[in-house]
Design a protein around this ligand. Structure first.
Ligand code: A3P
Length: 265
């Protein structure tokens, strides 16, 4: 497609305290007026928490593990982003939320902001940590995001998942998603879905690995979208001093909740 003339690295504008790409703020009234059907489903995440992974599991469950059916279109066509591709054909009777521990989420977002030409440059690592802690990155505060959904999860019957659990016991988590969706597939199909949604398989799946986005937007040579897919990669990025500073701030920001995050498995 012809992408010349499109401005990249969209500036962020704060919308109710949440920095968002400028064009999203400009059409916010349309987005907030959207009225979902009760049969719709929303997958909600802070960026880089495991959105794509969960989308693939959900699509495979809906198609009884049919690999080819799930390659009919790219992830972003199969699961339009509510605020980017408005008007969306899906969202929210049921809500699946995916959370990822703050440090790995931050590392993943840092590398994503390097390769993603639609968001501001991350700048130096040390400064990025500060921006993340203060919620001054696109889509705002990780802390508020994971806490708000956590507090709402029972009232609204939200399925609250963790990236780390998907990694530790994918079979159990795929079964939880299946039950939440009121679906029932055979054990063989579950096994197949676990296989098809392994990091390696998704990394090599052109309909799921975001190579379908033009290179001038996502530059995988800077950092691939399917980068590492691990728990604990933060230890390769944080110095001990940065980790301590981050943990102290984390304890303050998360003092009002007890969300069982784990940072290693
Ligand atoms: P890393 O940057 O740590 O590798 P999102 O889809 O929300 O943007 O999240 C992207 C992150 O999830 C990336 O993390 C990516 O590698 C990881 N990911 C995507 N699919 C995965 C899978 N099947 N298994 C493990 N990690 C996966």
């Amino acid at each position: 497609s012809d992408l010349t003339g499109i401005a990249w690295r969209f500036p962020l504008i704060e919308m109710q305290g949440v920095p968002l790409r400028n064009y999203i703020v400009q059409k916010w009234s349309n987005i907030s007026a959207f009225c979902p059907d009760p049969s719709d489903m929303l997958i909600a995440t802070y960026p880089k928490a495991g959105t794509t992974w969960t989308q693939e599991i959900v699509d495979l469950l809906l198609h009884n593990g049919d690999e080819e059916a799930c390659k009919r279109a790219s992830t972003s066509d199969r699961f339009p982003f509510l605020e980017i591709q408005y008007p969306p054909p899906i969202p929210s009777g049921k809500v699946i939320y995916v959370a990822r521990n703050a440090k790995d989420n931050l590392v993943s977002y840092y590398h994503f902001d390097r390769m993603n030409q639609a968001q501001p440059q991350p700048g130096p690592w040390e400064e990025y940590i500060q921006k993340f802690m203060r919620g001054k990155v696109a889509w705002g505060s990780w802390y508020d995001h994971v806490k708000d959904y956590w507090k709402e999860r029972e009232k609204r019957n939200i399925l609250y998942l963790f990236f780390e659990d998907l990694k530790k016991d994918p079979r159990r988590e795929v079964e939880r998603i299946m039950r939440y969706m009121d679906l029932s597939v055979t054990d063989d199909v579950i096994d197949k879905i676990v296989q098809l949604t392994s990091f390696k398989n998704m990394r090599d799946n052109p309909m799921a690995n975001y190579t379908f986005i033009p290179k001038i937007m996502f530059d995988h040579s800077i950092s691939p979208f399917m980068r590492r897919g691990e728990v604990g990669d933060w230890t390769n990025h944080f110095t001990p001093a940065q980790s301590q500073m981050f943990d102290e701030d984390y304890a303050r920001q998360m003092a009002d909740v007890d969300i069982p995050f784990c940072t290693s498995i």
